[in-house]
Ligand binder design. Structure first.
Ligand SMILES: [Zn+2]
Length: 621
């Protein structure tokens, strides 16, 4: 299910009509194209003169603007392109953007993407013509053979007439057959995509089920394993999955099922732990046992996982919320000790954000042989039952060794990542930056403001500032690791910009409540903060997220006064900042124009911006 998207041909007027309100004023659609290539420009920011509403161009280069937008004029900012200012009343249907090598980030400009990246990453025509409703995944796992066989019944509704849809499955896994009603339907494999061709046109609004039968040995790869078979310390098989490469699904972020079932048949001496609520365990009498799980909510494809091992189970509750823990028998005592951190953590997250998002499924922690992953309602854990991260003080400032980084970070994704999800990988700071900031909220909740300040500033050593946090769209490219650490430091800076803790924590709760169980764009985030605060923060969001460099506060000292201004990529960059002048903390409102203020006897070396509250660079002339 996803938020319905009304679309018309380029340049058409779209009337927002309902039975109750009649027809509202017309919306306008504009299409952005690259002048040289004629290709659509995706991911451009289009904003009104007051900057409060920010829109985004889609995969077709199209953006639907609200009624009245053309009366007020518009500004278009796209990475790599010269900005466009449009005067009121002069907005054409098509805008041609001119490449600007000075604005292009060199790291991004050097990136190349393959056809496979585009097939995987783009919300293309055979994805956008349908809306996922449900999966019924039923697999039998040959653990010793590291293989599986099974079926995913994919339920979808057509959003327009069509006879083809795209499902994804890596080449390493065999498509055994695709059953549509009583018929086998043909398909074409192209890289990781499986294009399914129906014998007749499926009509808009119709709901259908496709039985996708598959088998094989999915690839074992990456730090977390993919489809990985290992042994525990006693020589028992231990098979875990991460990522989406082991089962057929519509592999993108924007569209999630409304709910799903996961049935997993395993050797009877092992246990499968998957996502959702355990509905039944059936001994099939042939040496195998089936575990039936039900996920009662939308779920990211990459969250769906199998964890098959010789697990023991223990449980607890937090109010009405069930807490279920799975560990290897020889780690039972360690798990009981370490997993006790889950309860106070959930209390903190509920205090600052809102209720645990998946109460019908409960919360689980599941031991695995890799560091951990945010699998929805079945968070996987492999952090050695020690505080810190794999035995290290993660932020290096003596705070992260007070708690288990993996429990706190991966569980935080239940709120930021699983309940609120980015619509495309390019915007995935919505998951990782926000969740990293949530670690800092945890520290503040448990240990107070001073330690939270030290913790988040400890992340500065991990930031590179070489490429933007928002990556190239539509190519399944995982953006720079700055999306985590700089993302958290940016939110910390935004709190200092807001400069009112009551307002800030209210905004954070409101943000979570507004977008819970939704898949959103970064432009939704910007518009939310602008509207709630009634202030144009677009230059701040744009500089931190769409450019590599930090804003630089420049200062020059002369005759008991200081001149100061911002140097930034965003031409109209404008952000308040606090400075420590002698013993006092003062707020300045620098712009990109020089301003000056008296020093009143404060020595230049005693005048410094509060870089612990604002993540910026400082240059003295
Ligand atoms: Zn994460």
């Amino acid at each position: 299910m996803k938020i319905p998207h009304v679309r018309a041909g380029a340049g058409c007027l779209v009337l927002a009509c309902t039975a109750l309100t009649g027809c509202a004023r017309p919306q306008q659609e504009v299409t952005l194209l690259d002048t040289r290539t004629g290709h659509p420009v995706e991911g451009a920011l289009i904003f009104s003169p007051d900057g409060l509403e920010v829109h985004r161009s889609d995969v077709h280069g199209r953006a639907t603007l609200p009624p009245g937008a053309m009366d007020r004029g518009l500004t278009v900012h796209a990475k790599r392109y010269a900005p466009i200012e449009l005067q009121p009343g002069s907005i054409p249907d098509t805008l041609r953007l001119v490449y600007d090598s000075v604005r292009a980030n060199p790291v991004e400009a050097a990136m190349t993407f393959t056809r496979a990246d585009t097939l995987k990453g783009t919300y293309g025509p055979y994805r956008e013509n349908n809306d996922l409703l449900g999966y019924a995944l039923d697999v039998k796992v040959d653990v010793e053979g590291r293989s599986l066989t099974g079926r995913n019944t994919i339920r979808f509704r057509m959003l327009e007439d069509g006879d083809r849809i795209q499902i994804d499955l890596p080449q390493a896994v065999t498509v055994d057959s695709l059953r549509f009603g009583a018929e086998d339907v043909p398909f074409t494999r192209d890289e990781g995509a499986v294009f399914v061709d129906f014998p007749e046109t499926l009509r808009k609004g119709e709901t259908h089920d496709l039985d996708f039968w598959f088998s094989g040995q999915p690839v074992t790869s990456g730090r977390f394993g993919g489809f990985a078979l290992r042994e525990d310390s006693l020589g028992n098989a231990w098979l875990t999955t991460t990522g989406t490469g082991w089962w057929p699904n519509k592999d993108q972020y924007a569209d999630e099922v409304d709910s799903m079932t996961i049935s997993v048949t395993v050797p009877s001496d092992l246990v499968d732990v998957s996502n959702g609520r355990l509905m039944g365990v059936t001994d099939l009498g042939d040496g195998t046992t089936r575990y039936d799980w039900k996920v009662h909510y939308g779920i990211n494809n990459y969250s769906v996982s199998l964890n098959i091992g010789k697990y023991v189970h223990f449980s607890d509750t937090l109010g009405d919320l069930s807490l279920d823990y799975y560990a290897l028998p020889y780690h039972l005592d360690a798990a009981k000790r370490q997993f006790a951190q889950a309860k106070p953590m959930i209390r903190c997250y509920q205090k600052y954000l809102g209720d645990y998002p998946f109460p019908k499924d409960g919360y689980k922690l599941v031991e695995v042989p890799y560091s951990g992953m945010e699998h929805q309602s079945a968070v996987t854990y492999g952090n050695l039952f020690e505080n810190g991260y794999l035995g290290r003080d993660w932020t290096g400032v003596g705070i992260s060794d007070r708690f288990d980084f993996i429990i706190i970070h991966e569980s935080g994704h239940e709120w930021f990542g699983n309940a609120i999800t980015a619509r495309d990988v390019s915007d995935v700071w919505i998951q990782e930056g926000w969740d990293t900031y949530l670690e800092d909220i945890y520290v503040e909740c448990m240990y107070g403001r001073e330690d939270a300040l030290a913790y988040v500033n400890g992340y500065k050593s991990k930031v590179r500032n070489r490429e933007p946090i928002i990556g190239p769209p539509g190519v399944a490219h995982w953006p720079t690791q700055d999306q985590y650490f700089k993302g958290a430091l940016f939110l910390h800076t935004l709190r200092s910009v807001v400069d009112d803790d009551e307002v800030w924590w209210g905004l954070i709760r409101d943000y979570y409540r507004t977008f819970e169980h939704r898949n959103i764009w970064n432009t939704d985030v910007i518009t939310f903060f602008n509207r709630k605060l009634g202030r144009d923060l677009r230059p701040v969001f744009e500089q931190y997220l769409y450019f590599a460099s930090l804003p630089v506060l420049q200062a020059s000292f002369r005759n008991d006064s200081v001149r100061y201004r911002w140097k930034a990529d965003v031409a109209d960059f404008d952000m308040p900042v606090k400075v420590r002048a002698g013993g006092s903390l003062e707020t300045l409102h620098p712009t990109t124009e020089w301003q000056s203020t008296p020093l009143n006897g404060v020595a230049p070396e005693d005048w410094r911006p509060a870089t612990d509250l604002f993540y910026i660079d400082f240059e003295k002339e």
